[in-house]
Write a protein that binds this ligand. Structure first.
Ligand code: SAM
Length: 255
């Protein structure tokens, strides 16, 4: 069982921050993509909470995700809003595209689901093939800082109509040598007549700045770092990434 098998709850739990992300993404496309941005790809699109909103901005957005339930949910919503069902089931480490994209985005750590170096490298290679020269890949992930305690616990509540979901997420184990963090995630779901609890555990691969930039990205010479931001998504406030940085959004330019 994975919490990604419950797209309705996922979408509620992660749905609220869309405005800042969408504005940031369209701003990044305007500023960093050479020429006009039209076709976009979201690998690991999940429920596509950003896809239909970017379509509303006039962009053509395709998505791919391993989870069939999330893809079905995503396509249903795209159709409901009058757009193409443009998400498909595919593995972001091994996919082909029929024509190249101007830009792509992958925020909130989905990239860190790729637990092994070869998977991360294969994903970046696929992305380099999928994006045209002069395009960008917007990749957001938490780095593991070399000192200080990174955030280890989060809890928040989201409501839609009569549905209320409290999400709690906490670190179970961190092994920086073996390069993983194991998280436990719990949904407490309330409807007027029921209370249900769903539990899940998953691993994220860990990256220091050096591991991401020097050990991984340097293997993909078709991507260069054009700018870096943090998860506050302020286009006028790029950040300088160093070994103490945590949340980083890399703007990778396809050269
Ligand atoms: C945190 S969700 C993010 C969904 C979406 N990008 C968003 O911002 O709401 C992570 C997604 O990554 C997907 N995923 C994990 N590994 C994948 C892989 N190898 N290929 C494609 N999708 C994958 C999961 O199925 C899940 O939907």
């Amino acid at each position: 069982m994975s919490l990604y098998d419950y797209p309705r709850y996922y979408d509620l739990v992660y749905g609220s921050d869309w405005k800042a992300e969408c504005e940031f993404l369209t701003g990044v496309f305007d500023r960093y993509v050479d020429g006009k941005t039209k076709r976009i790809l979201e690998p690991a699109c999940g429920t596509g909470r950003l896809m239909f909103r970017l379509e509303r901005e006039g962009l053509l957005v395709d998505g791919l995700d391993l989870n069939e339930k999330a893809v079905t949910y995503c396509n249903r919503r795209l159709i409901k809003h009058g757009f193409r069902p443009s998400a498909r089931v595919a593995d972001m480490t091994d996919f082909q595209v029929s024509s190249k994209y101007c830009a792509a985005f992958n925020t909130i750590n989905s990239f860190r689901h790729l637990e092994h170096h070869a998977q991360a490298r294969d994903h970046l290679r696929c992305m380099a093939r999928a994006i045209r020269k002069g395009g960008v890949y917007v990749l957001g992930l938490h780095l593991s800082p070399v000192s200080g305690d990174p955030v280890e616990e989060e809890s928040w509540i989201a409501r839609r109509g009569h549905l209320c979901v409290q999400t709690s997420m906490w670190l179970v184990e961190r092994n920086l040598k073996k390069r993983y963090e194991r998280f436990q995630m719990r949904y407490d779901i309330w409807t007027p007549t029921n209370h249900q609890v769903l539990d899940d555990q998953f691993n994220f691969r860990t990256y220091s700045q050096h591991q991401f930039e020097q050990e991984l990205l340097s293997e993909i010479p078709k991507f260069e770092i054009a700018a870096t931001y943090d998860f506050s998504y302020k286009l006028d406030r790029p950040i300088h990434v160093d070994q103490h940085s945590e949340d980083v959004v890399y703007i990778l330019k396809r050269v």
